[in-house]
Write a protein that binds this ligand. Structure first.
Ligand SMILES: NC(=O)c1ccc[n+]([C@@H]2O[C@H](COP(=O)([O-])OP(=O)(O)OC[C@H]3O[C@@H](n4cnc5c(N)ncnc54)[C@H](O)[C@@H]3O)[C@@H](O)[C@H]2O)c1
Length: 262
């Protein structure tokens, strides 16, 4: 390596660390795994569907270990962390990507919709973060994936937004409680992300342009855009950052819709 290369090389400080990514589907989870591996981490890719975890691990050799977990079941979460600590040692980072949206008006939202939204967007994060805090290395870092719907609001997303807003509050409280233990708790709040699932929706609905126009930067997020913020928060570069919710949304949440002088 030349001198120039050496000077231009940035180490994130994650080399040799173990990270656990829960929710390793082909969007934000897979992009996060890819970036953590690039930063030199060994990654445990966990998902409800072991096939999804195996797909996320494919091509990375020993660097990524697939695992099954159901975050709605505390025993299953405990088993995952017990397996990780016994096989890999204490993880320095846990990222919980799991979440689900069911866009519906309040009028159409059923009790079951409401309960599923709170379970998968909020309650499971309580369980996972609580169990993670028991096994995380010190210093350690937990990153939750929230949504700009937990920071600002839109029609058709009341149940989802309430779950994500609750998650934002959980992140802040937990950060305060765990700061003395050298564990940082943060969240990334993505805007609209061009994941395979949403891309399919945009193709079939023809609505991509309308969504892109609503974003000041004029495009949707890529999964890699979200992963960049997650991995930064996980790394020692963010060593003094805790209790924060970083919106990664191309400027969407800072935009007032009317410009007086335009
Ligand atoms: N896609 C977007 O535009 C967008 C925008 C804002 C926020 N988000 C948030 O980002 C996160 C990921 O979104 P995505 O679109 O990549 O979702 P995704 O559905 O592709 O990924 C979620 C993963 O969680 C897994 N999962 C579901 N239930 C589980 C359980 N009980 N236990 C363990 N794993 C389980 C799924 O199998 C899936 O692989 C979610 O929290 C979502 O709310 C997404």
């Amino acid at each position: 390596m030349s001198d120039v290369d050496q000077h231009n090389r940035l180490e994130l400080g994650l080399r040799g660390m173990t990270a656990v990514v829960i929710g390793s589907g082909p969007g934000i989870g897979a992009a996060t795994i890819e970036l953590l591996v690039a930063a030199g981490c060994r990654v445990v890719a966990a998902d409800l569907d072991l096939q999804i975890a195996r797909k996320a691990a494919a091509g990375y050799g020993d660097s990524v270990v697939p695992a099954a977990v159901d975050v709605t079941n505390r025993e299953s979460v405990r088993d995952l962390f017990a397996e990780v600590t016994s096989n890999e040692g204490a993880p320095s980072t846990v990222v919980d990507v799991v979440g689900i949206a069911r866009p519906k008006s309040v009028a159409d939202t059923t009790d079951e919709d409401w309960d599923v939204m709170q379970q998968l967007n909020l309650r499971q994060q309580f369980v996972v973060s609580q169990e993670a805090a028991r096994v995380l290395a010190r210093p350690g870092s937990y990153v939750a994936v929230a949504s700009i719907n937990g920071v600002v609001s839109s029609p058709m997303n009341a149940a989802y937004g309430a779950g994500k807003a609750g998650l934002v509050s959980l992140v802040r409280s937990l950060a305060l409680e765990l700061a003395p233990d050298d564990i940082r708790i943060n969240a990334v709040a993505p805007g609209i992300v061009g994941t395979p699932r949403l891309n399919a929706f945009f193709e079939s609905s023809g609505k991509r342009g309308a969504f892109e126009d609503a974003v000041p930067m004029g495009r949707l997020a890529t999964p890699a855009d979200i992963a960049g913020a997650i991995v930064w928060l996980a790394s020692p570069l963010a060593a003094y950052v805790t209790g924060q919710v970083i919106s990664v949304d191309g400027g969407a949440t800072v935009k007032y819709p009317l410009a007086l002088m335009a």
